[in-house]
Write a protein that binds this ligand. Structure first.
Ligand code: ZN
Length: 201
C-alpha cells in the first residue's frame, strides 16, 4: 500500500532536509496529517512567515530580517576581525560560546569541485570585496570544518586575501577540533579554547 499522494509528497519534501531519512520523513508526514493538524497549521504559518521575512545579510550573508544582520548592525561589536564560517549554524554556535565579539562572514559551504561547488558558487568574492573596502579589518580567523574540503577552501581564501592585503593577519581555530567533525556540534568550551589558542596560518 502506498500513502495518499498528499502525504507522500510531504514525506518526500521532509526527506530532502538535512539529517532526515525516508522513514523519519514518512513518520512526520503521517503524524502531521492525522493527529497533528493544529501543529501542521502552525508550521505552515511559520514557514510562510520565514519565507517572506528571512533574507541574507548584505554584509556577511548571515540569516537576517533586515538588510544588515543583528551582528553587523551592532555598534558594540569589535570591527577588527572577521571569522569565516560555512553557515549560520556555525556562526550561532561560535556566538553561543561567548568567546568572540567581532564580525563574521558566512561563505555558504566549502569548495568541492566533485559536487559542483566552485568558488564562484560561494560568498568568497564578497569577502575579498569586504576586506578591500574596509581597511580597519586586521585579522581573518578561519573556522571552516576540519575536512579536506574545509582545509583547501581555507587555503584558497587565504591566498586570495594575501593578494589583496599584505598586512592582514590570518589565523585558524586551534586543532582541538577533531578532523572530520562539524563546528555545529562542537561544545562551547572546545570552541572557546580553539578560538583563544588559534594558530597563524
Ligand atoms: Zn551580517
Amino acid at each position: 500500500m502506498a500513502f495518499p499522494k498528499e502525504i507522500q509528497e510531504l514525506s518526500d519534501a521532509f526527506a530532502s532536509l538535512p539529517g532526515i531519512g525516508p522513514k523519519l520523513s514518512s513518520r512526520i508526514a503521517l503524524y502531521l496529517s492525522v493527529g497533528g493538524k493544529n501543529l501542521a497549521k502552525k508550521i505552515e504559518n511559520d514557514i510562510s512567515k520565514m519565507v517572506q521575512k528571512i533574507r541574507l545579510c548584505e554584509q556577511c550573508n548571515n540569516v537576517s530580517t533586515e538588510s544588515l544582520c543583528e551582528i553587523c548592525s551592532d555598534s558594540q561589536r569589535e570591527k577588527l576581525a572577521i571569522i569565516v564560517v560555512e553557515d549560520s549554524m556555525d556562526l550561532y554556535n561560535i556566538e553561543s560560546s561567548g568567546a568572540y565579539k567581532g564580525l563574521y562572514h558566512v561563505i555558504g559551504g566549502v569548495i568541492s569541485p566533485l559536487n559542483g561547488i566552485t568558488p564562484d558558487r560561494l560568498f568568497i568574492q564578497s569577502l575579498f570585496d569586504r576586506v578591500k573596502q574596509d581597511s580597519s579589518i586586521s585579522e581573518i580567523i578561519f573556522a571552516l570544518n576540519p575536512s579536506v574540503e574545509g582545509e583547501s577552501t581555507t587555503i584558497f581564501i587565504k591566498e586570495g586575501l594575501a593578494n589583496i592585503s599584505s598586512n592582514l593577519e590570518m589565523t585558524q581555530l586551534a586543532k582541538g577540533i577533531p578532523f572530520g567533525s562539524d563546528i555545529e556540534f562542537i561544545s562551547g568550551q572546545t570552541l572557546r579554547d580553539s578560538l583563544y589558542s588559534r594558530n597563524k596560518i
